[in-house]
Structures are given as C-alpha cells and as structure tokens.
Design a protein around this ligand. Structure first.
Ligand code: SAM
Length: 624
C-alpha cells in the first residue's frame, strides 16, 4: 500500500467530530450537549458516548501519551483525535477499523499502549464506574394520559407492578432490589413510575409521543414541592430544557399560565420542542434574561421556580471536572453562588403577589445551596419563611440541609447513594403577606432594579464558544487599534457584579467576557457544567429538535400535526451585532423583538422589548 493511498483515506467522521467536541469542551469550556447538537450528526448517541468516555479517561490517556511519546514522534497526529482513538481502542470497541493515516499511526503504538496500560495498572478509569445504579424514572405526562392508563400500557408490555410501599425505608429497599420485569410507583410522586437500572425507553412509542417523560425523580421534586394549584400563574425563571416547565404545566392541567424564561438561544429551541412534545399549552416561552423581566408586567405571578445554572455536582453520570480546568473550583463556586443569590433575590423581591418560591440546584455543594439560602434569608427578614420540607414530605425523607447553617434542616437534599436519584437541593420559600418586603440594595433586590438595565443582556445568551471568538476578535481589533493609536489609553468603566456586595466600577478592563459575571456564568457555566439533569435527556431531545435555517432568516421550525410553528429569530443578527461592538462608548442598543407566530396549539405571545445596554465611559476616556 503506497503512502499516497493511505493518506487519501479519511478518518471516520464520528472520530473527527468527537475529537472536535472533546477539544472544545476542554479548551473552550463549551457545552457537550450544545456542541453535539451543532454537529447535526445522525449518531448523536455514539458521539455523546465516545465524547463522555474520552473526557472521563483524559488523565489516563494523557499519561499514556506522555509515556509513548506518540505526539512528539508523530507531530502531524492531531492530539484530540489521538485521544479519541485511544479511548475507542483501549476502553470501548477494542479495535479501530480503518486505514486512515491517523488510525494506522495509533495502531502502530497499540502494543506499547496496551503494555503501558497494563503496567500502569490502568483498568477502567474510576470515573467510568458508576457510584450508584440509578433506576430508570418515567414521569407520566398527565396532560396526555392518566397514571392508571400508563401503568396498564407497561403491564401490556410485560412489566409487573410491585405493591406500593408505605414508608420511605421500605420503598428504598424495593428500589435497591428492583429488577426486570418489575416496576414500582414512586412513594412521593405518583406520576413517577420506576424501572430497573439500564431500562431503555427511548424507542417506546409512549416516550416518542410525549406520554412518558424520562426525568429523574430528583428533577421532579422542586415542582412537586411547588405544587401550584390549577388556574394559577407560575414563572419558571430558568426553564430549558423544560423538564420542570412541562411538569408544572401538567400540575396545572394546562389551566393557568406558565412563563418559561430561558436566556440561551440554543437551549430555548429545546425548551420549545419539549413544550410542544408534552402538549404544555399553558406555557408561554420567553427567550430572554429572567433578570430583565419587568416586574410590573408580571405582578400577577403567584409561584416562582428558580432553578439556576449550577455546578451540576449532583448529577450521577456527568463527566467530572478535573484540576486542569481553567477556573479553580473555589472560584467557580463563588461565581455560581453570586449568580444564584442574585437570581433568587430577584425572585423574592420583585413579584408582589408571589406566594411560594422554590430554589433548586442539582448541586451538592453548600456554597450553591445553604450558603445561598442563608444569604438571602438575611435580606428578606420575616417577609418570607422557609417551609420545612420534612413536613411537606410527611417525614418520609432522610437528607436535609445542614443545621450548621441558619436555614437549619428546612431544605431538602437528594443524595444519589441514599435516594437512588441525582443529587439535588430544594428550598421552599413561602411569602408572609403580613410583613412588608424590606428594602434591599443588594444584587437582585428591589433597590437594585435600575442597575439591571446596565447588564449586557444579549451577551448572556452567548455560548462559551461565541464568547471566546468574540473575545479573540475584539482583542485582535483592539491590538490593531492600539498599534494605530499607541499613545491612546482608552479607558472605560464597566460595571462588575462582585461576588459579595455592591456594584463596583472597574477600569481598563480588557476582557469582554468579564463585562458581566452573570454573562460568563450563563454561558460558561451553563454550557460547561449543566449538561442536563438526566443523561438521556440531552440525547433524546437533541435527536428530535429540527432546526431549519433559511438563507435570509434564521427560523426555528417545529412540525406540528397541521401547521408549522415558525419563530423568526434575531439571534444571528444579535450575535453579529454584539461581536462587532466594543464596549468603549455610551451605547444604546435596541433589542430586536422576538416575533413569535403561534399555532392554534401553542400559546406564544408577541413581546416587545427595547432594552438599553449602557456601558459608561469613564471621565478619563481619551477625547476623540
Ligand atoms: C439548571 S438549567 C434549568 C433546568 C430546567 N429548569 C429543567 O428542569 O429542565 C438552568 C437554565 O437557566 C438558564 N439561565 C441561566 N441564566 C439565566 C437567566 N439570567 N435568565 C434566564 N435563563 C437563564 C440556562 O441557560 C439554563 O438553561
């Protein structure tokens, strides 16, 4: 075989795409889910699996790369492709079938790799091993069928329903022994049916038509505890991918209203898809920053769900962060804490008729949980109280918040090893209307509203990749400009949200990504960390969202039975605009209206929004 011939064989696309995904997750902090979605490859599950496995085995792979010196000896070999191929060879298929040059190169080192793997006693990397064998939770979408009907469907499929448990300990006992062909109804949430681990329903017609939602029990708990009564108005401040939104709609039986707010454009598409699939007609999706909601316009809101971006540390099968991550863990948690407290405070202080607010995270870090609750409790005084979740669940729960915090054990923790579900935290706030809301000058508080205008909202919707590209471009532009005006010290002031305390101005900030902490949180953290609350969901939903873009407009088109829902999107325009903007002068920016053409089935509304983005130049700015 001549060299020329070997060179002409291309590497299978799945390996190339996975290598790119893994690189961007590691280097850009991009979201695995968003990237896989972007690729629009038919084998979403394959790319997802290989990406997750490669990411998890990175420390071991890098050790092998070091020892074999492949990358030094083979400088033309793409290091990320090498990592993916090694994963496939050593931990997945055990072979590589192609004569493409990179594959032959890796295969030339196969013997050495295997020997070193053996010598290093690298077995299956620890992170491959699941701590918990989580059962498969199925939430019955009661907007489409009753729980009884769902049970009979599964029974017709050959499943056998175990008797209902009466205490949490007997329920957990049953869960720990659950095996085919048995399933059980959840003790707390009757809409949830529980099946043995590794049961797959992705191809089940009930799943495909929205009757069954594959949603972890932990993710259902916040809505179960919110428990809005029919006819009420609910605000879901962080809605995508819409698992909780659709559950709220089911709780309301579509009688009432749910405002589902999502800042990220890509995730908003998934939210729309979920709303449609689940027939959640009472939901009005809003593609905007929840912090930009005009409280006067939403003064009728009675229930709020605050389920913000978090570290996702409670998710059982998510890839771990490693020490090599660019932002240290403590700093990440501090940033998340600030953002979460900000959002929660916004909910607590700005909606005069709200009765109940749920704060939840899929994190097990007190920084994102008890510490957030303690911080806001100090601000709201007696205007709100925490309802002890122990009472709400009638003592049938084991894990609560720590008594070493002011919130005491009033909040709920779900812990994978005890509760057989993802790790989660839930706090339930109830409004005491006898007490007037105190004034609060802190982030999100009622005195803070005017500042909201100064946040560059468009940017919050950017993915990490966008931010990086934008940052690079702006840096390049600025460098060129600086060359031209070498004496120019172009100073400007930007606002920065500090982790603790007030708004502060900062001079000479050069990194666009730093113009706003929430911005970087919403993009980096959300995309990087909050892949989803259930591993399957991202594959499932992504596989279904159909996005079509025309040359002249970006449009989301979702097929309905008899009509086509079309949402004109200004995303690209916004993105382009923001990319070319540099924050140097006082600038008013009109947000382009989201035009939504509703179908007879979906209840989307037209919404006008002209928000100002103002970044104030300091007085020292060079006079042009
Ligand atoms: C943890 S996820 C929400 C999961 C969702 N509640 C569910 O159950 O499917 C957090 C979401 O909040 C969105 N988000 C973050 N900051 C936001 C903001 N300021 N306004 C609206 N959405 C925001 C993120 O893009 C992300 O989709």
């Amino acid at each position: 075989m001549s060299n020329e011939f070997v060179h002409s064989i291309t590497v299978p696309r799945i390996y190339k795409l996975t290598a790119d995904v893994v690189r961007r997750v590691r280097e850009d902090g991009a979201s695995l889910k968003t990237l896989i979605f972007e690729k629009k490859h038919p084998n979403v599950a394959g790319i997802y699996g290989l990406s997750v496995n490669t990411l998890r085995a990175l420390p071991q792979i890098d050790q092998l790369l070091d020892q074999t010196q492949i990358l030094t000896e083979q400088p033309r070999l793409n290091p990320w492709l090498a990592r993916v191929l090694i994963t496939e060879l050593l931990w997945r298929k055990g072979c590589l079938k192609s004569n493409a040059k990179p594959i032959l190169t890796v295969l030339a080192y196969e013997k050495k790799l295997r020997e070193l793997k053996h010598l290093n006693s690298i077995g299956t990397p620890d992170v491959y091993k699941k701590q918990v064998q989580k059962p498969r939770y199925v939430r019955v979408n009661t907007l489409i069928l009753s729980v009884e009907k769902a049970i009979s469907i599964f029974q017709n499929d050959g499943w056998q329903l175990l008797p209902k448990s009466t205490t949490y300990s007997s329920y957990l006992q049953s869960l720990s022994q659950l095996s085919k062909p048995h399933f059980i109804q959840d003790l707390h949430i009757p809409e949830i049916l529980v099946f043995p681990p590794s049961t797959h329903f992705y191809k089940h017609s009930g799943y495909l038509n929205g009757e069954f939602i594959l949603q972890d029990k932990a993710s259902c708990l916040p809505v179960h505890l919110l428990n809005p009564v029919g006819g009420s108005v609910v605000l879901d401040m962080c809605a995508a991918p819409g698992m909780k939104t659709s559950y709220v709609a089911a709780k309301l039986q579509n009688n009432g209203k749910v405002y589902a707010v999502e800042i990220d454009n890509n995730r908003f598409q998934i939210l729309i898809s979920q709303i449609k699939k689940t027939k959640s007609f009472c939901v009005e999706p809003l593609n905007q920053d929840a912090l930009s909601l005009n409280p006067d316009q939403y003064s009728h809101v009675e229930y709020i769900l605050v389920d913000p971006t978090c570290s996702g540390s409670g998710i059982v099968d998510r890839p771990e962060h490693s020490d090599t991550d660019s932002i240290p863990k403590s700093k990440r948690l501090q940033n998340l804490h600030s953002f979460q407290a900000y959002l929660l405070r916004y909910a607590l202080f700005n909606f005069p008729n709200v009765k109940k607010i749920i704060y939840s995270t899929c994190s097990l870090h007190p920084e994102e949980n008890e510490e957030v609750i303690d911080e806001v409790l100090g601000d709201v005084g007696n205007a709100y109280r925490l309802i002890p979740v122990r009472q709400l669940l009638k003592e049938n729960w084991v894990n609560f918040s720590s008594t070493k915090y002011n919130c005491g054990d009033a909040c709920l923790y779900a812990r994978p090893n005890d509760d057989f579900c993802n790790g989660f935290f839930v706090a339930v706030f109830e409004r005491n209307f006898d007490v007037i809301l105190p004034k609060c000058n802190l982030k999100g508080g009622n005195e803070y509203k005017p500042f909201i205008k100064n946040i560059e909202k468009n940017d919050m919707a950017k993915t990490a990749v966008h931010n990086r590209e934008k940052y690079k471009k702006t840096k390049k532009k600025r460098r060129n400009k600086q060359k031209k005006m070498s004496t120019d010290t172009n100073e400007f002031t930007i606002f920065e949200i500090e982790s603790k305390g007030k708004v502060k101005s900062k001079k000479n900030e050069t990194e666009i990504g730093k113009t706003n902490v929430c911005n970087s949180l919403s993009s980096n953290y959300d995309n990087k960390l909050v892949m989803n609350e259930s591993k399957g969901v991202q594959e499932e939903i992504l596989a279904e969202v159909k996005v079509k873009k025309s040359k002249h407009e970006t449009a989301y088109q979702i097929k309905t039975n008899n009509s086509m829902l079309k949402i004109n999107s200004d995303n690209e325009k916004q993105n382009t605009e923001s990319k070319t903007d540099s924050p140097k002068i006082k600038k008013k920016k009109k947000r382009i209206n989201k035009k939504v053409i509703g179908t007879d089935q979906l209840n989307f509304s037209k919404r006008k929004q002209n928000e100002e983005t103002i970044i104030v130049p300091s007085k020292k700015s060079k006079k042009e």
